[in-house]
Design a binder for this molecule. Structure first.
Ligand code: ZN
Length: 309
């Protein structure tokens, strides 16, 4: 079954491998895995840890776009409306905005003009806009961050809350007039890590009409070694469905097989070529084919079509 995965750090991989002198990273490192995993859409994140400046951010986003266009026989640079029926829909996203210290409106406009359609204000860090999961629990969204959220609402750039700390999460939800996504987070009730969402957060995202992308990072699936599998991730899907309904679920696997220095993914969800294991697991825990299709790509396709106008 076709899959739309809303989060993979492809931008940073392209940028780092270009720095090493490699070219056409998408084709040489990723494309075969996407095809094997029946990937139909992919949120390609330009990912920033917190100390990158605007020059690096612009270089990363530009290089990613160039690689997407270079592979236009397989990829469609998705901007709005219906998904391309046969190509892999490449959706450009930002994970972190540490390089914005002033004038968020014009930088976000530039990012939008390059094709960015989803963005999170922080990765795990504290920055001029907001506070990530590693920041002070007392610090949330800043006045500059409020301007960023309002501008993202205005230009139809979807807000991603996956890495925010709790205070920022609630600040962002009360500031944004539009639905938000947690592109790669699971249910904290099933795996007690800060990056997963509490029941209250899941309900708040759903109430606002947003989406939650199920993530295959191994500790976010389960803290018990050996249980971090596609089957356990499917139980997160079941838990969230029972809490808020099927229409708020999508996928954000966040495969890390191509990155160094990060935790890895679930045992049978190691890289994009394993993606169909999750489809089988959803069936094993009792989801109908119709529901599986909604989780795999239907919900995100409808959401993007509504939000990106
Ligand atoms: Zn992330």
């Amino acid at each position: 079954m076709k899959i739309f995965d809303t989060h993979a750090d492809i931008g940073v991989d392209v940028y780092e491998k270009h720095c090493e002198g490699k070219t056409d990273v998408i084709k040489s490192e990723h494309l075969d895995k996407w095809i094997k995993g029946e990937v139909y859409g992919l949120g390609m994140a330009s990912f920033f840890k917190g100390d990158e400046d605007l020059d690096i951010a612009k270089a990363m986003v530009t290089q990613l776009k160039e690689e997407i266009l270079l592979n236009s026989n397989h990829l469609h640079h998705y901007l709005c409306g219906d998904l391309h029926p046969t190509k892999i829909n490449a959706l450009m996203t930002l994970e972190g905005m540490c390089y914005i210290n002033e004038d968020p409106e014009s930088i976000l406009d530039w990012m939008y003009s390059l094709g960015i359609r989803i963005g999170s204000l922080t990765w795990n860090e504290e920055n001029a806009l907001s506070t990530g999961i590693s920041g002070s629990p007392l610090r949330g969204l800043t006045p500059l961050g409020q301007r960023a959220i309002k501008h993202m609402n205005k230009i139809n750039m979807i807000i991603d809350v996956s890495h925010t700390n709790e205070k920022s999460f609630w600040d962002i939800l009360s500031t944004s007039t539009k639905p938000v996504m947690a592109t790669h987070s699971n249910a904290r009730a099933l795996s007690q890590v800060d990056r997963n969402l509490s029941d209250q957060q899941i309900k708040a995202i759903a109430l606002k009409g947003g989406l939650i992308g199920l993530v295959s990072a191994k500790r976010f699936i389960s803290l018990i070694e050996g249980e971090n599998t596609a089957l356990t991730l499917a139980k997160h899907a079941l838990y969230i469905k029972n809490l808020v309904g099927i229409k708020h679920l999508c996928i954000g696997f966040d495969y890390m097989d191509f990155l160094s220095g990060f935790q890895r993914n679930g045992i049978d969800l190691d890289n994009a070529s394993d993606s169909q294991n999750f489809i089988k697991a959803l069936s094993q825990v009792g989801f109908t084919q119709e529901e599986i299709e909604l989780i795999a790509w239907g919900n995100i396709a409808a959401f993007l079509k509504t939000q990106l106008i």
